[in-house]
Unconditional design. Structure first.
Length: 390
């Protein structure tokens, strides 16, 4: 087991009705004026917006607000939020929505006390040294941003989608009410299931295999998604299914399932290019990339892929030829994604094969970067993975 640090300071308020306490909770933690950040208007249609405003008013809190966060959130809106937060004197950032909204709130929180361009953090020119605190009301179980140290944003100049990790990104508290996810379209439910699984699989499919406890935690989370994902997809108002998935979202990305291990994020890097260039939903980009990556690298750790196939996907172990088991597990993942009507090929979403060299070059910055997984991945290998995904 590798040395590791594990720190999860986010206070979770999980269950029905906690959203109505948002005002009193902000006061409890000593803040006076939140900047409310939200998306395209679904919280107004559902009535959640009015509940939040009423709760803030009841607690005697004034607020400023900025809406319009899109999937694959944009840097320009975050910068507008930074300006507004400074102008209005807000002392905490309140995100009401899913991962895109929470990540936007994190960018704003990092940017307010930073005198230069907040994009500096995402291009490596500077490191965060302080930030406003963020608090969240989660409405989409997917990204795990409600408990993670990561924040992903897209710079429209060059269509560059990047993420950074910083302890300043972890929310102070997050409210998680499964009922708030009832109105999600089925496609978003499926995308969320894929994203949660990917956060876990990227920590599970590693070179460091001798961490049994961490493996078993990850396997339990993955098996929970395989079981409850289809239930939530077909029964959107099944409270138990939505609750299990919502909690899995947080545990998949708060670093618990990576303790004692080194892990790869290459699938996210490839998926980010699909989102940046074509606007592909994050979960859909991952359902396309994961099976292709697995097919490309499984031979370098057949035992691990066979273990995944048996323990997570329920495949029979072929003692005479474990490679058959490993391949069966990859097929089972594709079949599972298909069962949720998720794409598993670039051609499924209309991306032409001729774009593959361009995508591979973007991942590696025209060959400047390579990536360690079971083998080193250069532009050549990444292009081959994209071709397997076609």
């Amino acid at each position: 087991m590798n040395n590791f640090e594990f720190y999860t300071p986010t206070h979770i308020y999980f269950g029905k009705g906690y959203a109505d306490q948002i005002g009193s909770l902000i006061v409890k933690y000593g803040y006076h004026k939140p900047l409310l950040v939200y998306g395209g208007g679904s919280i107004k249609q559902s009535g959640l917006y009015n509940r939040v405003i009423s709760a803030l008013d009841a607690a005697g809190l004034s607020h400023a607000e900025i809406g319009g966060v899109e999937p694959n959130p944009k840097l320009a809106l975050a910068k507008e939020g930074i300006r507004l937060c400074r102008e209005e004197g807000c002392d905490v950032v309140l995100a009401v929505g899913g991962g895109s909204t929470i990540d936007t709130a994190k960018v704003i929180a990092l940017g307010v006390p930073y005198e230069a361009d907040v994009w500096d953090f995402w291009c490596g020119k500077s490191q965060p040294k302080t930030a406003l605190r963020t608090v969240c009301i989660l409405t989409i179980a997917a990204a795990g941003s409600e408990m993670s140290q990561s924040a992903v944003i897209t710079n429209e100049e060059g269509s560059i989608k990047r993420g950074i990790n910083s302890e300043f990104n972890r929310p102070l508290f997050s409210i998680m009410d499964p009922e708030l996810t009832y109105t999600l379209p089925k496609y978003q439910i499926a995308c969320g299931v894929v994203d949660i699984m990917m956060h876990t699989i990227e920590r599970y499919m590693t070179r460091k295999s001798e961490v049994e406890l961490t493996d078993r935690i990850a396997e339990a989370l993955l098996k929970t998604m395989v079981h409850y994902g289809p239930i939530a997809y077909h029964e959107p108002q099944n409270y138990e299914a939505r609750a299990e998935i919502m909690w899995a979202s947080s545990l998949s990305h708060n670093d618990l399932t990576g303790c004692g291990k080194d892990y790869f994020t290459i699938n996210h890097k490839l998926g980010h290019e699909l989102s940046a260039v074509y606007g592909t939903a994050h979960g859909a980009s991952l359902s396309i990339i994961l099976p292709a990556w697995m097919k490309y690298v499984y031979k370098y750790n057949i035992a691990r892929f066979a273990q995944f196939a048996v323990r997570v996907m329920g495949c029979e172990y072929d003692y005479a030829n474990p490679e058959i088991t490993a391949l069966a597990g990859i097929d089972a993942v594709e079949t599972f994604f298909h069962s949720l009507d998720m794409p598993v090929r670039l051609s499924d979403i209309g991306i032409p094969e001729s774009d593959i060299p361009m995508l591979a070059a973007r991942v590696t910055a025209n060959g400047a970067n390579t990536f360690e997984t079971y083998i080193e991945l250069t532009t050549k290998e990444i292009e081959e993975i994209f071709r397997l995904a076609y």
